[in-house]
Design a binder for this molecule. Structure first.
Ligand code: PXP
Length: 238
C-alpha cells in the first residue's frame, strides 16, 4: 500500500482569493484524513501565496494528523519548522516567480545549508526528505546529505503522459532510481503533477512508498467531491 499524502495548498489558494476564512485549511485537513489520506502536505512558500504561518501553527496542533512541511533550504524556514515541529519536512527548491515547483533541488548548490538543516531536523526527530529529479547521482548525493527519504519529481513524466508521448524510458528510469534509493537505505516518495493516469503508472514501481498529490485532487473535487476522489486514489495506492 502506497501512503497517500494530500497537499492542501490550493484549499488555501481558494481561501486567500476572498481573504477570509473559508474554505478552512484545518477543517480540510481533518476531512481528507477522515476520508483516507495518510498525511497532509503543505508548502510554506517564502511569498506565502497559499499556506500561511498561522496555518502551520494550527495544523501542527492536530497531534493525530501527520504533517509534511515542504520548505526551502534556509534558516528562516528551519526556525519555523523547529517552532511547530511537523512530523516530516521535505526540502524543496523555490523560485519566487515560478507558478509551481518546477524541478528538483540542485544538490551541488546550497548543499552546505542543506547538510546543516537536515542534521538539525534529524536530531529533532523530524523525518527528512529531499525533493529531487529522478537521477541516480542526485539520489547518491541525497544519501550523503543525511536525509532519510527522497521525493522524486514526477512533473516531467506527468507532462509526457498528458501529451500522450512515449514514457517507457522515463518509467524505466523511475524503476532504476527507486531500486537504487531503496538499496542505499532511502525511502522513496513521488510527487508533482500526478493524476489518476500517472498514479496508476507509478503505483507499479515497487519501491515507491508515498505519493504527494495536490492540484489534481483539489481540482477534480470540484466535479466529484473530495471523498470520491480520495477513494479512487486509495484504490490505485493499494
Ligand atoms: N510534492 C512536492 C515536493 C511539491 O512541491 C508539490 C507541489 O508543487 C507536490 C508534491 C504536489 O504537486 P501537485 O500539486 O502538482 O500534485
Amino acid at each position: 500500500m502506497i501512503r497517500l499524502g494530500i497537499n492542501i495548498d490550493h484549499v488555501a489558494t481558494l481561501r486567500n482569493a476572498r481573504g477570509e476564512g473559508h474554505p478552512n485549511v484545518v477543517n480540510a485537513a481533518k476531512f481528507v484524513m477522515k476520508n483516507g489520506a495518510n498525511l497532509i502536505t503543505v508548502h510554506l512558500r517564502e511569498d506565502r501565496r497559499h499556506i500561511k504561518d498561522e496555518d502551520i501553527k494550527f495544523l501542527s496542533k492536530l497531534k493525530s494528523i501527520p504533517i509534511n512541511l515542504e520548505m526551502a533550504a534556509n534558516f528562516k524556514m528551519l526556525k519555523i519548522a523547529l517552532k511547530y515541529k511537523p512530523n516530516y519536512v521535505c526540502i524543496v527548491p523555490e523560485k519566487r516567480k515560478e507558478v509551481t515547483t518546477e524541478g528538483g533541488l540542485d544538490l551541488r548548490k546550497n548543499n552546505r545549508n542543506i547538510l546543516k538543516i537536515i542534521k538539525i531536523l534529524n536530531n529533532n526527530k523530524i523525518r527528512t526528505s529531499l525533493f529531487i529529479n529522478p537521477k541516480k547521482n542526485d539520489i547518491r548525493l541525497s544519501k550523503l546529505l543525511g536525509v532519510k527519504c527522497v521525493e522524486l519529481h514526477t512533473g516531467g513524466l506527468s507532462r509526457k503522459v498528458k501529451a500522450k508521448r512515449n514514457i517507457s524510458k522515463d518509467l524505466k528510469n523511475f524503476i532504476t532510481c527507486s531500486e537504487y534509493a531503496n538499496t542505499i537505505g532511502l525511502e522513496v516518495h513521488a510527487g508533482h503533477g500526478l493524476d489518476y493516469e500517472t498514479a496508476i503508472i507509478l503505483s507499479k514501481v515497487k519501491n515507491i512508498k508515498e505519493f504527494n498529490i495536490g492540484h489534481f485532487i483539489v481540482g477534480e473535487s470540484i466535479f466529484f467531491g473530495i471523498s470520491k476522489v480520495i477513494k479512487k486514489f486509495k484504490k490505485i495506492c493499494r
